[in-house]
Design a protein. Structure first.
Length: 216
């Protein structure tokens, strides 16, 4: 019942009007098409520009525009009356943004691609945060939404964060992991050492098991 009430709050108090929602969809679609068009160049400029545009289109929409449309970033009473929750939320959002930027830069500069199915990288990225968890970008997006929920005291954003995690989980299970297994050698071995969601305490090293993760 609590979940249903919070979900109703998303639609009743979210103020996502038709015009605003259409603008979000059209803007994201345009940015996605721009990303597809510029990331097939051989130079580094294409992947860098494409990653920047996709950053705005994907996490920028999911963890930025939509949370704003739901809450209008209005500050309410803190959860359980604890102001420390807002501080934790600020830290969570800050760390999530920094980690997201690092992951996108790694995709562009090392993988020469963007984190999008239409323009995959030439090699599987297994460095940086990917030594701790297989899906750091999804973790960061959910963390950024949770951080905003804590800052604003918004139950609707808490529900939205849970919904987005479920969407990411299903997408990873149904599409992303099978696709990566088809595209890269020994991806199954990488899955054994690096968890899907709970991060490792120590970074994994590919040298430990001599896994070469290049395109088939």
């Amino acid at each position: 019942m609590q979940f249903a009430a919070s979900l109703g709050e998303v639609f009743q108090r979210g103020r996502i009007g038709r015009t605003r929602l259409q603008l979000l969809i059209l803007s994201s679609l345009w940015l996605f098409l721009q990303t597809y068009g510029v990331t097939h160049a051989r130079s580094l400029f294409g992947p860098v520009l494409g990653s920047f545009l996709f950053f705005l289109a994907a996490p920028g929409t999911v963890a930025g525009w939509i949370p704003y449309a739901i809450s209008e970033w209005r500050v309410g009473p803190p959860f359980a009356g604890l102001q420390i929750g807002r501080v934790f939320g600020i830290v969570l959002v800050t760390v999530a943004i920094i980690a997201l930027v690092e992951c996108f830069a790694r995709f562009a500069l090392i993988g020469r691609g963007v984190p999008a199915p239409v323009v995959p990288t030439q090699t599987l990225i297994v460095s940086g945060l990917y030594r701790y968890v297989r899906n750091p970008m999804y973790v960061c997006v959910v963390a950024a939404i949770l951080g905003q929920a804590l800052i604003l005291g918004s139950r609707a954003l808490l529900v939205y964060a849970g919904v987005m995690w479920l969407v990411f989980h299903l997408f990873v299970l149904v599409y992303e992991e099978p696709a990566l297994a088809r595209q890269f050698r020994n991806y199954g071995e990488y899955k054994v050492y690096v968890p899907r969601w709970p991060p490792r305490l120590r970074p994994w090293s590919s040298d430990a098991c001599r896994v070469t993760l290049h395109r088939l």
